[in-house]
Design a protein around this ligand. Structure first.
Ligand SMILES: [Zn+2]
Length: 72
């Protein structure tokens, strides 16, 4: 059986006005927060590795094409 507990945590954080570099939305962030949402931080992470992702996809595409050609 899973027990759940609600924890109340009071923390004082300094919020500051920031602009999300991905969607240009203004939001209040704290600490090292750079993006307005998880979605934007994911997008940024993707963009940072975009070339690696593309290279990987390209490789896969060619490998699949080869297999398809071999079937003929
Ligand atoms: Zn954003």
């Amino acid at each position: 059986m899973k027990k759940e507990r609600t924890r109340t945590l009071t923390r004082t954080v300094t919020l500051s006005d920031r602009t999300c570099p991905i969607c240009r939305k203004r939001f209040e962030g704290w600490g090292k927060q750079q993006f307005c949402s998880k979605l934007c931080s994911n997008k940024a992470a993707y963009a940072r590795h975009a070339e690696a992702y593309r290279a990987h996809r390209r490789e896969k595409y060619h490998a699949e094409k080869k297999v398809a050609a071999g079937k003929k």
